[in-house]
Design a protein around this ligand. Sequence first.
Ligand SMILES: *[C@@H]1O[C@H](CO)[C@@H](O)[C@H](O)[C@H]1NC(C)=O
Ligand SMILES: *[C@@H]1O[C@H](CO)[C@@H](O)[C@H](O)[C@H]1NC(C)=O
Ligand SMILES: *[C@@H]1O[C@H](CO)[C@@H](O)[C@H](O)[C@H]1NC(C)=O
Ligand SMILES: *[C@@H]1O[C@H](CO)[C@@H](O)[C@H](O)[C@H]1NC(C)=O
Ligand SMILES: *[C@@H]1O[C@H](CO)[C@@H](O)[C@H](O)[C@H]1NC(C)=O
Length: 246
Amino acid sequence: MGREGSSIFSAFVHLSLLRFLFVTAAQARKLEEVLCSSTCGEIRNISYPFRLKGDPSGCGDPDYELSCQNNKTILEFHSGIYYVKRISYTEQIIRVVDVNLASGTCSLPNKPLSHNDDRNDPRYYGRIDTKMETASFMNCSRNIKETGYRLVPCLSNNQSYVYVRTGSFSISMLPESCLSISVVPILDGNETFPSYDTIRGLLKSGFDLGWSLECRNCFADGGSYCLPSSQKPYNYLCVKAPGNAA
Ligand SMILES: *[C@@H]1O[C@H](CO)[C@@H](O)[C@H](O)[C@H]1NC(C)=O
Ligand SMILES: *[C@@H]1O[C@H](CO)[C@@H](O)[C@H](O)[C@H]1NC(C)=O
Ligand SMILES: *[C@@H]1O[C@H](CO)[C@@H](O)[C@H](O)[C@H]1NC(C)=O
Ligand SMILES: *[C@@H]1O[C@H](CO)[C@@H](O)[C@H](O)[C@H]1NC(C)=O
Ligand SMILES: *[C@@H]1O[C@H](CO)[C@@H](O)[C@H](O)[C@H]1NC(C)=O
């Protein structure tokens, strides 16, 4: 291309750039989805609001940054490290699994996580899945006979007995001579008192975090809580404390 050609070309580029800069927010969002779709291992479609560390700065939202290590998509959440198993943009759900539990071997979670942690996080505040359960781990100085407590064999010996149980559990239910050592959310199992092998499978399946930009923005904007609708498609009502100027 000659000198003249190239300056005409660059004027054209400038014009297109200007046009590009004047698109509406909705168009920009669409463009972003097309231009910023990253892949990491099995997760083929990492797009808005998610971004992958290293993506161009306009891609996704910094509050929803993932990283890619050895073809594994990683979410760092409340100082825990989770592998991403799936992202559903229609359901606004990201399914993650604690790194220690992802292979399904006998282990404690890398990091305890309670449902309060995600409900107190404006980024993942939105969807309260009532079917979410937990697996609670405890370390006991004696053998526990109560129903539903399953020995974690790799962590137990003659002096200490580590148990895990699923379902609702509160500290007040902790048997005497036991200390609570970890808790993680799990997807709803179909059994009331699953065996340890079944629990390992449940732990390996991970759990869902629902994300909501509406709620993230609601709290950033001084909201005091964010009410999700009970049914799909989820809508969110941002509630501001009285007297708090909108
Ligand atoms: C990641 O996957 C790609 C394509 O499947 C492969 O070429 C590459 O070697 C993998 N990298 C690692 C670190 O496993
Ligand atoms: C990826 O996700 C975006 C945002 O939801 C969607 O518009 C696009 O169609 C998806 N692409 C693929 C290949 O699934
Ligand atoms: C359980 O408690 C015993 C006694 O305090 C301790 O030696 C052991 O390391 C604990 N096990 C776990 C998995 O925390
Ligand atoms: C633990 O129990 C086994 C048999 O149940 C026994 O052989 C072993 O000596 C015990 N170890 C300790 C440290 O008590
Ligand atoms: C629970 O679900 C698993 C897998 O979906 C199935 O194999 C198993 O038979 C079910 N168990 C019961 C008690 O329904």
